[in-house]
Design a protein around this ligand. Structure first.
Ligand code: COA
Length: 445
């Protein structure tokens, strides 16, 4: 059967930078270490006045289509995943297509368009939809464009404010892909949870501490489901483990629990037994509290072993290279983690062709999904073409006063007199409202 997966990826960051240690921490009266060490974040990317989920998604897509030499005729499907939508009816993908039609010959009238919603996991769900469409043979030789785009802003003084971010990841899904193929096995952990929601409001209602517990609980279910469905979870069998990364500190907690799960009943657990004992088994305890204490003690010791530290340094740490500089991009976050891990591996000269990644996605509300991906021969060439690290460097660093103003601009039901802090250059921009309340966009040379 023909393999299907991600053929190419492009990333577009919001053009403003809020430095968490230098600018945000002093204004909040917090120690910078809370952000840089505790959360693992250095900065947030924020959108300028003329940027939003459409411009960032369209700008990433334009680069991707140009680099791959594509015209609208080649694309049969445009799916946008977002938690920052501004319309209950007209999908963001129609706006993105409208933008792209300004700069490419031809149109997307033949393309099926939609918008996916399930918090941060919907980027991966859109990938799934595209994969299934192609595997079902309904694509008629065409490719799918999947765009994960968000302005991930929290209300001022919400604990989540330090984890904000804005940007888009555009992915081309195709047969015989250059970057990765997606495995068939999936694991899900899904439950009706009230940890993070946006009931018709731009800034979310969040129970931050609870959302961390829900993340870990749903990930655990997804891991069990993945193994039950035939997925291979042996830690030696995957080179990178990109996670949904609201902030690296969250993944630090999830990774050790995942590793503990994956080494159970393997030779790795046996080899570590002399140093830290074997994992406590639930059935050996009458008292649940005693079991929890024992497993916590084991996990703390596991995190200190050389075996774990080496695995984490090789498999997980590289996936933070982008997110720690840009913050949480909600639907795009796990896709940034994939790209970052591959970019770091390329930099380190690792040969990953034919090797696997274990990809763990998560969305509040809540659902986790785990699947494997196999890295393809063209991966290094694809990753080399990313310019996200240059974009990150070029961002305009803002003062706290500028941050306060720009934050409010992106609460969509407000108008603003604020002047942009940067100048657009070869990109789509938001330039006002139409007669029916629609947002208008133009391409600036
Ligand atoms: N130096 C080093 N570390 C420090 C520190 C310092 N000076 N000050 C605090 N820390 C550590 C804390 O110990 C904590 O780490 P730990 O959890 O490993 O103990 C971390 O920094 C964060 O501090 P905390 O006080 O827990 O932060 P908070 O309560 O203000 O905010 C969240 C944390 C996650 C609740 C908040 O960022 C949030 O609501 N985020 C949005 C929701 C989200 O992303 N959820 C994740 C699942 S999707």
């Amino acid at each position: 059967m023909t393999e299907v997966g991600i053929d190419g990826v492009e990333i577009w960051t919001g053009k403003l930078k809020l430095d968490l240690a230098e600018t945000f921490a002093p204004a909040q009266g917090e120690d910078p270490g809370k952000y840089t060490k505790g959360l693992g974040l250095n900065a947030s990317s924020l959108p300028d006045v003329y940027e939003d989920i459409v411009t960032m998604g369209a700008n990433a897509s334009k680069r991707l289509m140009e680099r791959k030499g594509l015209s609208p005729e080649d694309i049969g499907r445009i799916d946008v995943a977002t938690e920052s939508s501004f319309d209950q009816s007209k999908p963001v993908s129609t706006y993105v297509a409208g933008c792209l039609e300004q700069t490419f010959d031809g149109d997307f009238h033949h393309a099926n368009k939609g918008e996916r919603k399930f918090a941060c996991v919907s980027g991966t769900q859109s990938l799934d939809d595209a994969y299934n469409w192609i595997r079902a043979g309904r694509n008629q030789g065409r490719k799918a464009l999947v765009i994960a785009t968000d302005t991930a802003l929290y209300a001022r003084d919400d604990p989540g404010e330090a984890t904000q971010g804005a940007g888009a990841v555009a992915m081309l899904i195709d047969e015989d892909p250059d970057l990765v193929t997606l495995g068939d096995e999936q694991g899900f952990g899904s439950a009706d949870e009230t940890d993070f929601l946006k009931p018709n409001q731009q800034f979310p209602s969040v129970d931050g501490k609870r959302s961390m517990q829900v993340y870990l609980a749903r990930m655990r279910e997804a891991m069990i489901d993945f193994a039950r469905n035939g997925g291979d979870t042996h830690p030696d069998n995957f080179e990178l483990a990109p996670f949904h990364t609201p902030f690296p500190g969250m993944v630090r907690k999830a990774a050790v629990l995942g590793y503990r799960h994956c080494i159970r009943d393997t030779e790795i657990e046996d080899e570590l037994a002399e140093e830290i004992g074997r994992q406590p088994r639930r059935e050996a305890f009458d008292d649940h509290e005693a079991f929890l204490d024992a497993i916590t003690e084991y996990t703390d010791k596991l995190a200190e072993t050389t075996a774990y530290e080496e695995w984490y340094a090789k498999t997980v740490e590289p996936t933070f290279a982008i997110s720690r500089e840009v913050g949480n991009w909600y639907t795009g976050s796990v896709h940034l983690a994939r790209a970052a891990g591959l970019a770091e591996a390329l930099e380190d000269g690792r040969d990953l062709t034919g090797r696997n990644m274990l990809v763990s996605s998560y969305g509040s509300g809540a659902q986790a999904e785990i699947h494997a991906e196999t890295i393809q021969e063209g991966w290094a060439e694809e990753i080399e073409q990313l310019n996200i690290f240059e974009q990150i460097e070029k961002r305009n660093e803002i003062t706290f006063e500028e941050y306060e103003s720009i934050h409010d601009v992106h609460n969509h039901d407000e108008t603003t007199e604020m002047e942009p802090l940067t100048s657009p250059d070869g990109e789509f921009v938001f330039d006002g409202w139409g007669r029916m309340g629609e947002r208008k966009y133009t391409y600036v040379e």
